[in-house]
Design a protein around this ligand. Structure first.
Ligand code: PRP
Length: 218
């Protein structure tokens, strides 16, 4: 690790829904930086006094930066973390961005049992999570990877079901879909690079404990 990398703690934050909530948690424990915003075109924002720098990345890339040690720690939804299957430490459930992973089907064509969906097509952003779920039920499926608007899949006949995250349930309702099977909770997690966790143990464990106090107070 270079001298500069040793001096700073680098934190990867994802653009989008989680960003403001994660930045607010860091601010509460005294870590922030001028101009820290996911609208910023500047992608590294440093607080020289605290020797901390934030990098702002696409959501799916947070576990990549952390696994390679380009970021020491990061904040990422459990859904993206599970799907990425990256070799990182999961340090803390930050209990923000509450949502869960589930299988949903069209209300009108609901089949009586889960096994009635065997050998059908599933549209999803999370093919690994979906496959782990259906494999655990002994079901073979065909997975169709989409990058967004997953709920469209069954409506236009692309698939019989979806595996996706649900937060408020609005998107399911508005598209006449219904949650059919729960898969996993998917709040945002604090993750760490394995080597950074050892080399910067004191800083990372203090930060984790400070965050834990804030998270548990809520
Ligand atoms: C996510 C998810 C659902 C929706 C669930 O999509 O894929 O579509 O949010 O939220 P709700 O239960 O509150 O309606 P996102 O908004 O991230 O956009 P995407 O479809 O482009 O992935």
């Amino acid at each position: 690790m270079s001298a500069e990398n040793m001096e700073y703690l680098t934190v990867a934050l994802p653009k989008g829904k989680v960003f403001n909530k994660a930045a607010a948690l860091f601010e509460k424990i005294g870590y922030t930086a001028n101009g820290l915003s996911d609208k910023s075109r500047k992608l590294i924002i440093t607080n020289e006094e605290k020797k901390i720098r934030f990098i702002i990345t696409k959501t799916a890339d947070v576990p990549v930066y952390v696994e390679y040690g380009a970021a020491d720690i990061g904040v990422i939804g459990k859904d993206v973390l599970l799907e990425s299957a990256k070799d990182v430490y999961e340090l803390l459930d930050l209990k923000i961005a509450k949502c869960h992973l589930m299988m949903a089907v069209p209300q009108k064509f609901k089949r009586p049992q889960l096994s009635d969906y065997a050998n059908t097509r599933v549209a999803t952003k999370f093919p690994h999570i979906a496959a782990a779920f259906f494999n655990s039920k002994g079901m073979q499926m065909e997975y169709i990877k989409l990058h967004g608007s997953i709920e469209l899949g069954p409506i236009v006949g692309l698939s019989e079901s979806i595996v996706d995250i649900v937060e408020t349930g609005t998107t399911l309702r508005e598209n006449e879909l219904e949650e059919y099977a729960f898969i996993a909770d998917a709040t945002a997690r604090l993750i760490a690079n394995r080597a950074s966790f050892k080399i910067k143990f004191a800083r990372i464990s203090k930060l984790t404990e400070d965050l834990r106090k804030i998270v548990n107070k809520k």
